[in-house]
Design a protein around this ligand. Sequence first.
Ligand code: FFO
Ligand code: GTP
Length: 437
Amino acid sequence: MHPNDQTIFALATGLLPSAIAIVRLSGSRAGEVVTALIGELPPPRLARRATIRDRVGEPIDDAVVLWFPASASATGEDVAEFHIHGGRAVLAALTAALSSFEDVRSAEPGEFTRRAFENGKLDLTEAEGLDDLIHADTEMQRRQAMRQLGGLLGDRARRWRAQIIEAAALIEAGIDFSDEGDVQGDLMAPALRTIAQLHAEISDVLAQQGRGERLRDGLVVAIAGAPNVGKSTLLNRLARREVAIVSPYAGTTRDVIEVHLDLGGYPVTLIDTAGIRDSDDPVEQEGIRRARARATDADLVLWLDDGRDEAAALANGTIWRIRTKADLAGAGASEQNARFAISAETGEGIGPLIAAVQQFSAGYFGAAEASLITRQRHRAMLQDAVVMLQCSIEPGLEPELVAEELRLAARTMGRLLGRVDVEDVLGEIFGRFCIGK
Ligand SMILES: Nc1nc2c(c(=O)[nH]1)N(C=O)[C@@H](CNc1ccc(C(=O)N[C@@H](CCC(=O)O)C(=O)O)cc1)CN2
Ligand SMILES: Nc1nc2c(ncn2[C@@H]2O[C@H](COP(=O)(O)OP(=O)(O)OP(=O)(O)O)[C@@H](O)[C@H]2O)c(=O)[nH]1
């Protein structure tokens, strides 16, 4: 049997041990497997308490089992769920029992969602939204993912595609009637008007600055400044106070420390460039180069200055000068230029600084609320489509060529939705899902 037709199962819930764990099973063999394991097929979509038994009748677990017959299931196939006790040995015993059936195997990452996609339960943009939802760390990321999963972009792309196909059909009809006087012109003009409108509408969506893409990764805020001004102390302060840390981890080199923060629902990646100093060690030099690059690309640089610093900062984005060690006497001339005065030691000024960074990200991401585009892939497809639409309305173009450009544009919309030749894209997208999704 082809792997795509095999029945697949996977743990759908998190780390073991856990109170309860859910194992999902999807495919044509699911009903037969459930019947063998619990002695009956539960009524559709109703929770059933049942003892799961192995092939020789030994009880494996006291569980809750759900049965979703095709096609009214998450994947569109026959689906069963085993809500078991989340012990490692329980899962191992159930896994062994499931694997003992022919054409039943454990699922690849993203395989359930891929089947849902292939059975028309989701389009590709919605599947991407689902992946984003699972990986959403902050409230704003969750909201954006829900909009995407709900078809905000997918519905729009379907409408655009239908309009393009309709315009192409009108133009092709005009070609067929071309020896019948005015019919051609009558059909062509409204079609071209529609295309011009679509062109403007999609261009508008593309003009939205990439904030939606950025919301997935977070705003990058770099803490920079001369050695010993208190960068690491500030990072530690920020990470411990008033902000939720999402995932602190050391960067690829020991010189760049990244902390992922949830600032009022907005994701912020805080990087400490404590390693920016001259060094003879080639490994350290590489770290320094990366730190500088990250700081230069940051959306916001917090440039710390303990009163002894005269030099200007390195950065493309916004820079805020921050006077550190405000608890110590002896402010220099740089004091006047500083936007904030803080003491990581006493905590003075930290609250207002956090509030200001939060306000900065709210301003930055404010526009993302309306953003249809959440990935580079969407942008690339829509840019292609706009170019094709632009070509199709070039004055004086032969109707045959107009229709051809429109067909290409419709195809590009189809690729955005995952309808045509996207095998490579599918592998890339679904391969990154969690196992069990
Ligand atoms: N236990 C459990 N919880 C879960 C899921 C699941 O599969 N199992 N989900 C997993 O994704 C999410 C909910 N999403 C779901 C999406 C579609 C269907 C479903 O059965 N769809 C059918 C019937 C629609 C209906 O009657 O409402 C369909 O689309 O035809 C179920 C869950 C989150 N929570
Ligand atoms: N009095 C006072 N001392 C501080 C304050 N912030 C940091 N320090 C001290 O300044 C020294 C340097 O602080 P760090 O946070 O390591 O400075 P850094 O900028 O990360 O230093 P490098 O890693 O060398 O670049 C430490 O001894 C801190 O305790 C502050 O607000 N007040």
